[in-house]
Ligand binder design. Structure first.
Ligand code: ADP
Length: 603
Protein backbone atom coordinates (compact mmCIF):
# COMPACT_ATOMS: atom_id res chain seq x y z
CA UNK A 1 0.00 0.00 0.00
CA UNK A 2 2.85 2.37 0.90
CA UNK A 3 4.63 1.59 -2.33
CA UNK A 4 1.49 2.26 -4.37
CA UNK A 5 0.81 5.61 -2.75
CA UNK A 6 4.43 6.62 -3.45
CA UNK A 7 3.94 5.82 -7.11
CA UNK A 8 0.67 7.76 -7.20
CA UNK A 9 2.22 10.84 -5.56
CA UNK A 10 5.13 11.02 -7.95
CA UNK A 11 5.11 14.57 -9.48
CA UNK A 12 4.63 13.56 -13.10
CA UNK A 13 3.45 17.07 -14.09
CA UNK A 14 6.81 18.46 -13.13
CA UNK A 15 8.50 16.17 -15.62
CA UNK A 16 5.93 17.20 -18.24
CA UNK A 17 6.67 20.88 -17.61
CA UNK A 18 10.37 20.11 -17.94
CA UNK A 19 9.67 18.40 -21.25
CA UNK A 20 7.67 21.43 -22.39
CA UNK A 21 10.59 23.74 -21.55
CA UNK A 22 12.88 21.44 -23.53
CA UNK A 23 10.52 21.37 -26.50
CA UNK A 24 9.73 25.09 -26.50
CA UNK A 25 12.95 26.01 -28.43
CA UNK A 26 11.52 23.95 -31.27
CA UNK A 27 9.15 26.88 -31.83
CA UNK A 28 12.05 29.20 -32.62
CA UNK A 29 13.10 27.47 -35.87
CA UNK A 30 9.43 27.20 -36.70
CA UNK A 31 9.09 30.95 -36.28
CA UNK A 32 12.23 31.51 -38.31
CA UNK A 33 10.97 29.32 -41.13
CA UNK A 34 7.55 30.98 -41.09
CA UNK A 35 9.16 34.43 -41.16
CA UNK A 36 11.28 33.41 -44.12
CA UNK A 37 8.34 31.94 -45.94
CA UNK A 38 5.89 34.78 -45.39
CA UNK A 39 8.65 37.39 -45.90
CA UNK A 40 9.53 35.89 -49.26
CA UNK A 41 5.88 35.65 -50.20
CA UNK A 42 5.38 39.32 -49.39
CA UNK A 43 8.53 40.39 -51.14
CA UNK A 44 7.72 38.54 -54.35
CA UNK A 45 4.21 39.89 -54.28
CA UNK A 46 5.41 43.44 -53.72
CA UNK A 47 8.09 43.02 -56.36
CA UNK A 48 5.38 42.46 -58.92
CA UNK A 49 3.45 45.45 -57.62
CA UNK A 50 6.59 47.52 -57.81
CA UNK A 51 7.33 46.41 -61.36
CA UNK A 52 3.80 47.19 -62.39
CA UNK A 53 3.88 50.57 -60.77
CA UNK A 54 7.21 51.52 -62.33
CA UNK A 55 6.04 50.30 -65.71
CA UNK A 56 2.87 52.32 -65.36
CA UNK A 57 4.74 55.46 -64.28
CA UNK A 58 7.30 55.18 -67.05
CA UNK A 59 4.52 54.47 -69.53
CA UNK A 60 2.80 57.67 -68.49
CA UNK A 61 5.98 59.68 -68.78
CA UNK A 62 7.02 58.11 -72.09
CA UNK A 63 3.67 58.92 -73.55
CA UNK A 64 4.37 62.65 -73.17
CA UNK A 65 8.10 62.64 -73.51
CA UNK A 66 8.24 63.32 -77.24
CA UNK A 67 5.14 65.44 -77.36
CA UNK A 68 6.85 68.91 -76.98
CA UNK A 69 9.25 68.20 -79.80
CA UNK A 70 6.47 67.09 -82.11
CA UNK A 71 4.15 69.90 -81.22
CA UNK A 72 6.87 72.52 -81.52
CA UNK A 73 6.78 72.04 -85.29
CA UNK A 74 3.13 73.04 -85.52
CA UNK A 75 2.96 76.36 -87.38
CA UNK A 76 0.03 77.68 -85.41
CA UNK A 77 1.99 77.30 -82.19
CA UNK A 78 5.14 78.63 -83.63
CA UNK A 79 3.14 81.65 -84.95
CA UNK A 80 2.00 82.33 -81.42
CA UNK A 81 5.67 82.90 -80.49
CA UNK A 82 6.99 84.44 -83.67
CA UNK A 83 4.08 86.80 -84.04
CA UNK A 84 2.64 87.33 -80.61
CA UNK A 85 -0.63 88.90 -81.65
CA UNK A 86 -3.90 88.39 -79.83
CA UNK A 87 -5.18 86.45 -82.78
CA UNK A 88 -2.28 84.12 -83.09
CA UNK A 89 -2.11 83.69 -79.35
CA UNK A 90 -5.79 82.89 -79.17
CA UNK A 91 -5.36 80.33 -81.93
CA UNK A 92 -2.40 78.85 -80.05
CA UNK A 93 -4.42 78.77 -76.80
CA UNK A 94 -7.26 76.87 -78.41
CA UNK A 95 -4.97 74.46 -80.19
CA UNK A 96 -3.06 73.73 -76.99
CA UNK A 97 -6.31 73.12 -75.14
CA UNK A 98 -7.51 70.77 -77.85
CA UNK A 99 -4.31 68.80 -77.89
CA UNK A 100 -4.09 68.62 -74.10
CA UNK A 101 -7.64 67.34 -73.94
CA UNK A 102 -6.90 64.72 -76.56
CA UNK A 103 -3.62 63.56 -75.04
CA UNK A 104 -4.69 63.81 -71.42
CA UNK A 105 -1.84 66.14 -70.53
CA UNK A 106 -2.44 68.41 -67.59
CA UNK A 107 -1.27 71.66 -69.12
CA UNK A 108 0.53 72.65 -72.31
CA UNK A 109 1.98 76.06 -72.75
CA UNK A 110 4.26 78.22 -74.87
CA UNK A 111 7.01 80.35 -73.36
CA UNK A 112 8.90 83.09 -75.12
CA UNK A 113 12.70 83.30 -74.78
CA UNK A 114 12.34 85.38 -71.61
CA UNK A 115 10.38 82.65 -69.90
CA UNK A 116 7.09 84.46 -70.22
CA UNK A 117 4.07 82.26 -70.96
CA UNK A 118 2.35 83.57 -74.07
CA UNK A 119 -0.24 80.81 -74.64
CA UNK A 120 -1.50 77.94 -72.53
CA UNK A 121 -4.10 75.22 -72.66
CA UNK A 122 -5.58 76.62 -69.47
CA UNK A 123 -5.85 80.12 -70.93
CA UNK A 124 -9.50 80.27 -69.88
CA UNK A 125 -8.95 79.11 -66.25
CA UNK A 126 -8.55 81.45 -63.31
CA UNK A 127 -5.17 79.93 -62.52
CA UNK A 128 -3.99 80.24 -66.09
CA UNK A 129 -0.27 80.12 -66.82
CA UNK A 130 -0.62 82.87 -69.44
CA UNK A 131 1.36 85.87 -68.39
CA UNK A 132 3.42 83.85 -65.83
CA UNK A 133 7.16 83.65 -66.05
CA UNK A 134 8.83 80.28 -65.40
CA UNK A 135 12.31 81.18 -66.49
CA UNK A 136 13.68 79.84 -63.18
CA UNK A 137 12.58 76.31 -63.97
CA UNK A 138 15.40 74.06 -65.22
CA UNK A 139 13.24 72.58 -68.02
CA UNK A 140 13.04 76.03 -69.63
CA UNK A 141 16.78 76.49 -69.44
CA UNK A 142 17.39 73.04 -70.92
CA UNK A 143 14.88 73.59 -73.71
CA UNK A 144 16.30 76.94 -74.63
CA UNK A 145 19.69 75.24 -74.73
CA UNK A 146 18.33 72.82 -77.31
CA UNK A 147 17.94 69.88 -74.97
CA UNK A 148 14.86 68.07 -73.88
CA UNK A 149 13.82 69.70 -70.63
CA UNK A 150 12.59 67.37 -67.92
CA UNK A 151 11.61 68.35 -64.46
CA UNK A 152 9.50 67.39 -61.52
CA UNK A 153 7.97 70.07 -59.45
CA UNK A 154 5.01 71.38 -57.61
CA UNK A 155 3.05 73.75 -59.73
CA UNK A 156 3.57 77.25 -58.38
CA UNK A 157 0.17 78.27 -59.68
CA UNK A 158 -1.81 75.03 -59.58
CA UNK A 159 -0.06 73.59 -56.49
CA UNK A 160 -0.34 70.26 -58.28
CA UNK A 161 2.62 67.97 -58.69
CA UNK A 162 3.62 67.49 -62.21
CA UNK A 163 6.31 66.31 -64.53
CA UNK A 164 7.38 68.78 -67.11
CA UNK A 165 8.73 68.03 -70.59
CA UNK A 166 10.02 71.01 -72.57
CA UNK A 167 11.44 71.46 -76.07
CA UNK A 168 12.65 74.49 -77.98
CA UNK A 169 10.47 76.01 -80.74
CA UNK A 170 12.46 76.91 -83.78
CA UNK A 171 11.72 79.44 -86.43
CA UNK A 172 14.17 78.35 -89.04
CA UNK A 173 17.39 78.15 -87.05
CA UNK A 174 16.32 80.56 -84.42
CA UNK A 175 14.92 79.52 -81.08
CA UNK A 176 11.80 81.54 -80.56
CA UNK A 177 10.67 79.96 -77.36
CA UNK A 178 9.81 76.70 -75.61
CA UNK A 179 6.84 74.40 -75.59
CA UNK A 180 6.12 72.73 -72.26
CA UNK A 181 3.89 69.74 -71.50
CA UNK A 182 2.98 69.21 -67.86
CA UNK A 183 1.89 65.72 -66.82
CA UNK A 184 -0.22 65.44 -63.68
CA UNK A 185 1.42 63.09 -61.16
CA UNK A 186 -1.18 63.51 -58.41
CA UNK A 187 -3.24 60.93 -60.21
CA UNK A 188 -0.55 58.28 -60.13
CA UNK A 189 -0.50 58.72 -56.37
CA UNK A 190 -4.24 58.23 -55.99
CA UNK A 191 -4.01 55.15 -58.23
CA UNK A 192 -2.14 53.39 -55.44
CA UNK A 193 -5.31 52.86 -53.47
CA UNK A 194 -5.74 51.96 -49.81
CA UNK A 195 -3.49 48.99 -49.16
CA UNK A 196 -1.46 48.27 -46.02
CA UNK A 197 1.67 48.65 -48.13
CA UNK A 198 2.78 52.21 -48.59
CA UNK A 199 4.24 53.80 -51.70
CA UNK A 200 7.28 56.01 -51.36
CA UNK A 201 8.74 57.67 -54.47
CA UNK A 202 11.81 59.80 -53.92
CA UNK A 203 13.54 62.07 -56.42
CA UNK A 204 17.27 62.52 -56.94
CA UNK A 205 17.40 64.59 -53.70
CA UNK A 206 15.91 61.73 -51.69
CA UNK A 207 12.81 63.84 -51.09
CA UNK A 208 9.46 62.10 -51.17
CA UNK A 209 7.50 63.39 -54.15
CA UNK A 210 4.82 60.73 -54.41
CA UNK A 211 3.52 58.69 -51.52
CA UNK A 212 0.39 56.96 -50.36
CA UNK A 213 1.01 58.41 -46.91
CA UNK A 214 0.30 62.21 -46.99
CA UNK A 215 2.41 62.77 -43.87
CA UNK A 216 5.54 61.62 -45.65
CA UNK A 217 5.02 63.92 -48.62
CA UNK A 218 7.94 66.28 -49.42
CA UNK A 219 10.10 64.98 -46.61
CA UNK A 220 13.76 64.12 -47.04
CA UNK A 221 14.71 60.51 -46.60
CA UNK A 222 18.36 61.46 -46.31
CA UNK A 223 20.25 64.60 -45.24
CA UNK A 224 20.51 67.17 -48.07
CA UNK A 225 23.85 68.64 -49.14
CA UNK A 226 24.35 72.42 -49.33
CA UNK A 227 24.30 72.36 -53.13
CA UNK A 228 21.09 70.44 -53.16
CA UNK A 229 19.53 72.88 -50.71
CA UNK A 230 20.67 75.75 -52.90
CA UNK A 231 19.20 74.15 -56.00
CA UNK A 232 15.94 73.51 -54.19
CA UNK A 233 15.72 77.12 -53.20
CA UNK A 234 16.42 78.13 -56.77
CA UNK A 235 14.08 75.89 -58.69
CA UNK A 236 11.39 75.39 -56.01
CA UNK A 237 10.30 71.86 -56.81
CA UNK A 238 8.63 71.42 -53.42
CA UNK A 239 6.22 73.55 -51.44
CA UNK A 240 8.99 74.04 -48.89
CA UNK A 241 12.61 75.04 -49.22
CA UNK A 242 13.69 72.92 -46.24
CA UNK A 243 12.11 69.49 -46.46
CA UNK A 244 11.79 67.90 -43.03
CA UNK A 245 13.60 64.64 -42.49
CA UNK A 246 11.67 61.41 -42.68
CA UNK A 247 12.89 58.55 -40.51
CA UNK A 248 11.50 55.19 -41.46
CA UNK A 249 11.60 52.63 -38.69
CA UNK A 250 13.19 49.60 -40.27
CA UNK A 251 11.73 47.38 -37.59
CA UNK A 252 8.19 48.38 -38.47
CA UNK A 253 8.56 48.28 -42.26
CA UNK A 254 9.97 45.98 -44.86
CA UNK A 255 11.26 48.19 -47.64
CA UNK A 256 11.69 47.19 -51.29
CA UNK A 257 13.30 49.66 -53.63
CA UNK A 258 13.56 49.92 -57.41
CA UNK A 259 15.48 52.83 -58.96
CA UNK A 260 14.24 54.56 -62.10
CA UNK A 261 17.55 55.68 -63.56
CA UNK A 262 15.90 57.47 -66.41
CA UNK A 263 14.53 60.14 -64.08
CA UNK A 264 16.85 59.61 -61.10
CA UNK A 265 14.01 58.49 -58.87
CA UNK A 266 13.55 55.44 -56.76
CA UNK A 267 10.27 53.74 -56.02
CA UNK A 268 9.88 52.08 -52.61
CA UNK A 269 7.19 49.83 -51.31
CA UNK A 270 7.02 49.79 -47.55
CA UNK A 271 5.17 46.77 -46.24
CA UNK A 272 4.29 46.85 -42.56
CA UNK A 273 6.18 44.09 -40.80
CA UNK A 274 2.95 43.15 -39.11
CA UNK A 275 1.85 41.62 -42.44
CA UNK A 276 4.52 38.99 -41.90
CA UNK A 277 4.34 38.93 -38.12
CA UNK A 278 0.64 38.18 -38.04
CA UNK A 279 0.71 34.90 -40.01
CA UNK A 280 3.97 34.00 -38.29
CA UNK A 281 2.32 34.50 -34.94
CA UNK A 282 -0.58 32.36 -36.12
CA UNK A 283 1.81 29.64 -37.28
CA UNK A 284 3.73 29.78 -33.99
CA UNK A 285 0.47 29.74 -32.06
CA UNK A 286 -0.77 26.76 -34.07
CA UNK A 287 2.62 25.08 -33.64
CA UNK A 288 2.58 25.83 -29.92
CA UNK A 289 -0.98 24.60 -29.61
CA UNK A 290 -0.08 21.43 -31.53
CA UNK A 291 2.91 20.96 -29.27
CA UNK A 292 0.71 21.57 -26.25
CA UNK A 293 -1.86 19.08 -27.50
CA UNK A 294 0.94 16.59 -28.15
CA UNK A 295 2.26 17.25 -24.65
CA UNK A 296 -1.18 16.76 -23.19
CA UNK A 297 -1.66 13.58 -25.18
CA UNK A 298 1.76 12.43 -24.09
CA UNK A 299 0.92 13.34 -20.50
CA UNK A 300 -2.38 11.54 -20.79
CA UNK A 301 -0.68 8.50 -22.26
CA UNK A 302 1.95 8.59 -19.52
CA UNK A 303 -0.75 8.92 -16.92
CA UNK A 304 -2.72 6.06 -18.41
CA UNK A 305 0.42 3.98 -18.64
CA UNK A 306 1.27 4.76 -15.04
CA UNK A 307 -2.30 4.02 -14.04
CA UNK A 308 -2.09 0.73 -15.94
CA UNK A 309 1.25 -0.10 -14.32
CA UNK A 310 -0.14 0.83 -10.90
CA UNK A 311 -3.10 -1.44 -11.48
CA UNK A 312 -0.86 -4.29 -12.61
CA UNK A 313 1.33 -3.76 -9.54
CA UNK A 314 -1.73 -3.61 -7.32
CA UNK A 315 -3.18 -6.77 -8.83
CA UNK A 316 0.17 -8.52 -8.61
CA UNK A 317 0.43 -7.54 -4.96
CA UNK A 318 -3.12 -8.72 -4.33
CA UNK A 319 -2.36 -11.97 -6.09
CA UNK A 320 0.83 -12.36 -4.12
CA UNK A 321 -1.02 -11.70 -0.87
CA UNK A 322 -3.69 -14.19 -1.86
CA UNK A 323 -1.07 -16.76 -2.76
CA UNK A 324 0.67 -16.18 0.56
CA UNK A 325 -2.63 -16.56 2.38
CA UNK A 326 -3.40 -19.72 0.43
CA UNK A 327 0.07 -21.08 1.22
CA UNK A 328 -0.36 -20.18 4.91
CA UNK A 329 -3.83 -21.67 4.97
CA UNK A 330 -2.65 -24.78 3.15
CA UNK A 331 0.21 -25.29 5.57
CA UNK A 332 -2.22 -24.73 8.48
CA UNK A 333 -4.57 -27.27 7.00
CA UNK A 334 -1.74 -29.67 6.33
CA UNK A 335 -0.65 -29.29 9.95
CA UNK A 336 -4.20 -29.80 11.12
CA UNK A 337 -4.60 -32.75 8.80
CA UNK A 338 -1.43 -34.42 10.04
CA UNK A 339 -2.51 -33.73 13.64
CA UNK A 340 -5.90 -35.25 12.88
CA UNK A 341 -4.25 -38.24 11.23
CA UNK A 342 -2.05 -38.63 14.27
CA UNK A 343 -5.10 -38.34 16.51
CA UNK A 344 -7.04 -40.85 14.42
CA UNK A 345 -4.07 -43.19 14.60
CA UNK A 346 -3.88 -42.73 18.35
CA UNK A 347 -7.60 -43.28 18.68
CA UNK A 348 -7.44 -46.37 16.53
CA UNK A 349 -4.61 -47.66 18.67
CA UNK A 350 -6.56 -46.78 21.82
CA UNK A 351 -9.61 -48.50 20.35
CA UNK A 352 -7.61 -51.57 19.54
CA UNK A 353 -6.13 -51.52 23.01
CA UNK A 354 -9.60 -51.10 24.48
CA UNK A 355 -10.96 -53.96 22.43
CA UNK A 356 -8.00 -56.05 23.45
CA UNK A 357 -8.49 -55.03 27.07
CA UNK A 358 -12.20 -55.75 26.86
CA UNK A 359 -11.45 -59.07 25.28
CA UNK A 360 -8.96 -59.85 27.95
CA UNK A 361 -11.39 -58.70 30.61
CA UNK A 362 -14.16 -60.83 29.13
CA UNK A 363 -11.89 -63.78 28.93
CA UNK A 364 -10.75 -63.17 32.48
CA UNK A 365 -14.39 -62.88 33.54
CA UNK A 366 -15.23 -66.11 31.77
CA UNK A 367 -12.31 -67.93 33.29
CA UNK A 368 -13.28 -66.57 36.65
CA UNK A 369 -16.84 -67.69 36.03
CA UNK A 370 -15.56 -71.07 34.91
CA UNK A 371 -13.43 -71.19 38.05
CA UNK A 372 -16.56 -71.06 40.05
CA UNK A 373 -18.47 -73.16 37.54
CA UNK A 374 -18.47 -76.20 39.72
CA UNK A 375 -20.09 -74.25 42.50
CA UNK A 376 -22.47 -72.66 40.03
CA UNK A 377 -23.35 -76.02 38.51
CA UNK A 378 -24.04 -77.44 41.89
CA UNK A 379 -26.20 -74.41 42.61
CA UNK A 380 -28.10 -74.71 39.34
CA UNK A 381 -28.43 -78.48 39.57
CA UNK A 382 -29.15 -78.62 43.25
CA UNK A 383 -32.88 -78.19 42.90
CA UNK A 384 -33.52 -80.74 40.09
CA UNK A 385 -31.25 -83.15 41.88
CA UNK A 386 -33.23 -82.69 45.07
CA UNK A 387 -36.43 -83.19 43.07
CA UNK A 388 -34.97 -86.33 41.41
CA UNK A 389 -33.98 -87.69 44.79
CA UNK A 390 -37.42 -87.06 46.24
CA UNK A 391 -39.08 -88.58 43.11
CA UNK A 392 -36.77 -91.61 43.38
CA UNK A 393 -37.44 -91.99 47.08
CA UNK A 394 -41.10 -91.58 46.35
CA UNK A 395 -40.90 -94.15 43.54
CA UNK A 396 -39.27 -96.60 45.91
CA UNK A 397 -42.19 -96.17 48.32
CA UNK A 398 -44.70 -96.47 45.42
CA UNK A 399 -43.05 -99.67 44.15
CA UNK A 400 -43.18 -101.05 47.69
CA UNK A 401 -46.89 -100.36 47.58
CA UNK A 402 -47.17 -101.92 44.09
CA UNK A 403 -48.20 -98.62 42.66
CA UNK A 404 -46.16 -99.17 39.53
CA UNK A 405 -48.02 -96.64 37.42
CA UNK A 406 -47.34 -93.89 39.88
CA UNK A 407 -43.75 -95.13 40.19
CA UNK A 408 -43.42 -95.04 36.38
CA UNK A 409 -44.79 -91.56 36.38
CA UNK A 410 -42.17 -90.57 38.92
CA UNK A 411 -39.48 -92.16 36.80
CA UNK A 412 -40.74 -90.27 33.81
CA UNK A 413 -40.53 -87.07 35.82
CA UNK A 414 -36.99 -88.04 36.87
CA UNK A 415 -36.13 -88.60 33.28
CA UNK A 416 -37.50 -85.19 32.32
CA UNK A 417 -35.56 -83.63 35.18
CA UNK A 418 -32.32 -85.21 34.08
CA UNK A 419 -33.00 -83.90 30.59
CA UNK A 420 -33.56 -80.48 32.06
CA UNK A 421 -30.32 -80.79 34.05
CA UNK A 422 -28.47 -81.69 30.88
CA UNK A 423 -30.04 -78.65 29.34
CA UNK A 424 -28.85 -76.49 32.25
CA UNK A 425 -25.36 -77.83 31.97
CA UNK A 426 -25.40 -77.25 28.25
CA UNK A 427 -26.61 -73.76 28.90
CA UNK A 428 -23.84 -73.09 31.38
CA UNK A 429 -21.35 -74.46 28.92
CA UNK A 430 -22.86 -72.36 26.23
CA UNK A 431 -22.60 -69.35 28.51
CA UNK A 432 -18.99 -70.12 29.29
CA UNK A 433 -18.18 -70.49 25.54
CA UNK A 434 -20.45 -67.59 24.70
CA UNK A 435 -22.15 -69.74 22.11
CA UNK A 436 -25.27 -68.26 20.75
CA UNK A 437 -28.30 -69.84 19.23
CA UNK A 438 -30.50 -67.80 16.96
CA UNK A 439 -33.70 -66.77 18.79
CA UNK A 440 -36.86 -68.67 17.98
CA UNK A 441 -40.55 -68.36 18.74
CA UNK A 442 -41.27 -69.91 22.10
CA UNK A 443 -44.66 -70.24 23.84
CA UNK A 444 -44.47 -68.35 27.12
CA UNK A 445 -47.07 -70.14 29.26
CA UNK A 446 -45.61 -73.70 28.94
CA UNK A 447 -42.14 -72.38 29.75
CA UNK A 448 -43.57 -70.68 32.82
CA UNK A 449 -45.35 -73.88 33.83
CA UNK A 450 -42.13 -75.85 33.51
CA UNK A 451 -40.26 -73.37 35.63
CA UNK A 452 -43.00 -73.48 38.27
CA UNK A 453 -43.04 -77.25 38.22
CA UNK A 454 -39.37 -77.35 39.09
CA UNK A 455 -40.05 -75.30 42.19
CA UNK A 456 -43.48 -76.67 43.00
CA UNK A 457 -42.45 -78.73 45.95
CA UNK A 458 -40.45 -76.00 47.60
CA UNK A 459 -43.22 -73.49 46.99
CA UNK A 460 -45.75 -75.71 48.58
CA UNK A 461 -43.55 -76.37 51.59
CA UNK A 462 -43.16 -72.64 52.03
CA UNK A 463 -46.91 -72.15 51.64
CA UNK A 464 -46.47 -69.57 48.98
CA UNK A 465 -49.70 -68.42 47.40
CA UNK A 466 -49.40 -68.24 43.61
CA UNK A 467 -51.48 -65.56 41.93
CA UNK A 468 -51.51 -65.89 38.15
CA UNK A 469 -52.72 -63.31 35.72
CA UNK A 470 -51.88 -64.84 32.36
CA UNK A 471 -53.90 -64.49 29.17
CA UNK A 472 -55.55 -67.65 27.87
CA UNK A 473 -54.10 -67.22 24.44
CA UNK A 474 -50.54 -68.42 24.15
CA UNK A 475 -48.05 -65.58 24.13
CA UNK A 476 -45.22 -66.18 21.71
CA UNK A 477 -41.86 -64.64 22.42
CA UNK A 478 -38.48 -64.50 20.68
CA UNK A 479 -36.25 -66.65 22.86
CA UNK A 480 -34.64 -70.05 23.25
CA UNK A 481 -36.62 -72.83 24.93
CA UNK A 482 -33.92 -73.55 27.49
CA UNK A 483 -32.76 -70.00 28.00
CA UNK A 484 -36.27 -68.77 28.70
CA UNK A 485 -36.89 -71.58 31.21
CA UNK A 486 -33.51 -70.91 32.79
CA UNK A 487 -34.33 -67.22 33.22
CA UNK A 488 -37.81 -67.86 34.57
CA UNK A 489 -36.55 -70.59 36.89
CA UNK A 490 -33.85 -68.30 38.25
CA UNK A 491 -36.23 -65.42 38.89
CA UNK A 492 -38.81 -67.69 40.56
CA UNK A 493 -36.10 -69.29 42.72
CA UNK A 494 -34.92 -65.81 43.74
CA UNK A 495 -38.51 -64.90 44.69
CA UNK A 496 -38.81 -68.01 46.84
CA UNK A 497 -35.41 -67.22 48.37
CA UNK A 498 -36.66 -63.76 49.23
CA UNK A 499 -39.91 -65.13 50.67
CA UNK A 500 -37.96 -67.47 52.99
CA UNK A 501 -36.75 -64.37 54.75
CA UNK A 502 -40.31 -63.35 55.56
CA UNK A 503 -43.11 -64.88 57.55
CA UNK A 504 -46.49 -65.82 56.05
CA UNK A 505 -48.53 -64.84 54.18
CA UNK A 506 -46.12 -65.41 51.33
CA UNK A 507 -47.38 -64.39 47.88
CA UNK A 508 -46.08 -64.78 44.36
CA UNK A 509 -47.74 -62.91 41.44
CA UNK A 510 -47.23 -64.02 37.87
CA UNK A 511 -48.56 -61.93 35.01
CA UNK A 512 -47.85 -61.26 31.38
CA UNK A 513 -49.15 -58.92 28.71
CA UNK A 514 -48.78 -58.22 25.05
CA UNK A 515 -47.48 -54.66 24.42
CA UNK A 516 -46.78 -52.67 21.29
CA UNK A 517 -43.06 -53.50 21.64
CA UNK A 518 -43.46 -57.18 22.48
CA UNK A 519 -44.38 -59.23 25.56
CA UNK A 520 -43.83 -58.22 29.21
CA UNK A 521 -43.63 -60.84 31.96
CA UNK A 522 -43.91 -59.66 35.58
CA UNK A 523 -42.78 -61.78 38.58
CA UNK A 524 -43.66 -60.12 41.88
CA UNK A 525 -43.26 -61.32 45.47
CA UNK A 526 -44.11 -59.81 48.80
CA UNK A 527 -40.67 -60.48 50.23
CA UNK A 528 -38.33 -57.83 51.67
CA UNK A 529 -37.58 -56.42 48.18
CA UNK A 530 -34.20 -55.37 46.86
CA UNK A 531 -31.85 -53.54 49.16
CA UNK A 532 -30.58 -50.28 47.77
CA UNK A 533 -27.20 -51.81 47.11
CA UNK A 534 -28.78 -54.84 45.39
CA UNK A 535 -30.83 -52.50 43.14
CA UNK A 536 -27.62 -51.05 41.74
CA UNK A 537 -25.39 -54.09 41.85
CA UNK A 538 -27.60 -57.15 41.36
CA UNK A 539 -26.49 -57.51 37.72
CA UNK A 540 -22.89 -57.95 38.75
CA UNK A 541 -21.75 -61.56 38.78
CA UNK A 542 -21.24 -62.95 42.26
CA UNK A 543 -23.13 -60.18 43.94
CA UNK A 544 -25.31 -61.74 46.62
CA UNK A 545 -26.87 -60.75 49.89
CA UNK A 546 -28.09 -64.19 50.71
CA UNK A 547 -26.93 -65.71 53.92
CA UNK A 548 -29.60 -68.23 54.77
CA UNK A 549 -29.61 -69.88 51.36
CA UNK A 550 -26.27 -70.35 49.73
CA UNK A 551 -26.13 -67.62 47.11
CA UNK A 552 -23.59 -67.51 44.32
CA UNK A 553 -24.59 -64.15 42.88
CA UNK A 554 -24.69 -65.63 39.35
CA UNK A 555 -28.45 -65.90 38.81
CA UNK A 556 -29.32 -62.35 37.81
CA UNK A 557 -26.03 -61.84 36.02
CA UNK A 558 -26.73 -64.82 33.78
CA UNK A 559 -30.38 -63.83 33.33
CA UNK A 560 -29.39 -60.31 32.35
CA UNK A 561 -26.80 -61.58 29.86
CA UNK A 562 -29.29 -64.05 28.38
CA UNK A 563 -32.01 -61.41 28.05
CA UNK A 564 -29.68 -59.06 26.31
CA UNK A 565 -28.60 -61.88 24.00
CA UNK A 566 -32.27 -62.35 23.15
CA UNK A 567 -32.58 -58.65 22.37
CA UNK A 568 -34.78 -58.30 25.42
CA UNK A 569 -34.37 -56.65 28.80
CA UNK A 570 -34.47 -57.55 32.47
CA UNK A 571 -35.72 -54.79 34.79
CA UNK A 572 -35.88 -55.16 38.57
CA UNK A 573 -37.50 -52.79 41.01
CA UNK A 574 -39.41 -52.74 44.28
CA UNK A 575 -43.19 -52.65 44.36
CA UNK A 576 -44.74 -49.62 46.12
CA UNK A 577 -46.56 -51.93 48.52
CA UNK A 578 -43.40 -53.91 49.26
CA UNK A 579 -41.57 -56.79 47.66
CA UNK A 580 -39.64 -57.08 44.42
CA UNK A 581 -41.00 -56.84 40.89
CA UNK A 582 -38.96 -58.31 38.08
CA UNK A 583 -39.95 -57.49 34.56
CA UNK A 584 -38.88 -59.41 31.49
CA UNK A 585 -39.28 -57.49 28.27
CA UNK A 586 -39.22 -59.89 25.36
CA UNK A 587 -39.68 -59.44 21.64
CA UNK A 588 -42.88 -60.98 20.32
CA UNK A 589 -42.45 -64.19 18.36
CA UNK A 590 -44.56 -65.48 15.47
CA UNK A 591 -47.44 -67.53 16.78
CA UNK A 592 -47.02 -71.33 16.57
CA UNK A 593 -43.99 -71.16 14.28
CA UNK A 594 -40.73 -72.56 15.50
CA UNK A 595 -38.21 -71.39 12.94
CA UNK A 596 -35.27 -73.15 14.53
CA UNK A 597 -34.94 -76.75 15.60
CA UNK A 598 -34.88 -77.14 19.35
CA UNK A 599 -31.58 -76.12 20.91
CA UNK A 600 -28.92 -78.72 20.96
CA UNK A 601 -28.77 -79.43 24.63
CA UNK A 602 -25.66 -81.50 24.36
CA UNK A 603 -23.75 -78.62 22.79
P1 ADP B 1 -28.08 -65.26 44.44
O1 ADP B 1 -29.49 -65.68 44.24
O2 ADP B 1 -27.12 -66.32 44.35
O3 ADP B 1 -27.86 -64.32 45.55
P2 ADP B 1 -28.74 -63.64 42.25
O4 ADP B 1 -27.94 -63.00 41.14
O5 ADP B 1 -29.83 -64.49 41.77
O6 ADP B 1 -27.75 -64.34 43.15
O7 ADP B 1 -29.34 -62.50 43.16
C1 ADP B 1 -28.53 -61.45 43.54
C2 ADP B 1 -29.19 -60.70 44.67
O8 ADP B 1 -30.36 -60.02 44.26
C3 ADP B 1 -29.63 -61.52 45.77
O9 ADP B 1 -28.54 -61.84 46.66
C4 ADP B 1 -30.68 -60.61 46.42
O10 ADP B 1 -30.09 -59.71 47.30
C5 ADP B 1 -31.26 -59.90 45.29
N1 ADP B 1 -32.53 -60.48 44.87
C6 ADP B 1 -32.77 -61.26 43.82
N2 ADP B 1 -34.08 -61.55 43.70
C7 ADP B 1 -34.68 -60.95 44.74
C8 ADP B 1 -36.04 -60.89 45.19
N3 ADP B 1 -37.05 -61.51 44.54
N4 ADP B 1 -36.32 -60.15 46.32
C9 ADP B 1 -35.33 -59.50 46.97
N5 ADP B 1 -34.03 -59.51 46.58
C10 ADP B 1 -33.70 -60.26 45.50
Amino acid sequence: MTRLSTIANRPRWRSLALLAVCLAPLLWPLQHLAERYYGNELISQNRQTLDLYVANLLGTLHRYEMLPQILSDLPALRAGLVNPQPLTQDAANRLLKDISQQTGADVMYLMDPSGQTLAASNWDKHDTFVGRNFAFRPYFIDAMAGRLGRFFGLGTTSAKRGYFFAAAVHDHDRVVGALVVKVDLDRTETLWGKTPEQLLLTDHNGVVILTSNPEWRFRATRPLSADEEKAITAIQPYPTRNPKPLIINDKAWITQTQPIDEVGWSVNILAPRVLVDRPVRTVVAVGGATLLVLMLLLGLMMQRRRHYLDRIAFEAEGRHELEMRVIERTSDLEGLNSRLKQEVLEREQAQQELVRAQDELLQAGKLSALGTMSASISHELNQPLAAIRSYAENAEVLLDHQRTDDARNNLKLISELTARMASIIAHLRAFARRDRHAPESVALQPALEDALALLAKRRRSMEVELIRDLPDATLWVQAGETRLRQVLGNLLANALDALTEKGPPRKLWLSAEQTAQGVNVYIRDNGPGFTNEALTRAREPFFTTKTRTQGLGLGLAICDALMRALDGELVFANHPSGGAVLTLRLRAGESGISLQPPEDLSA
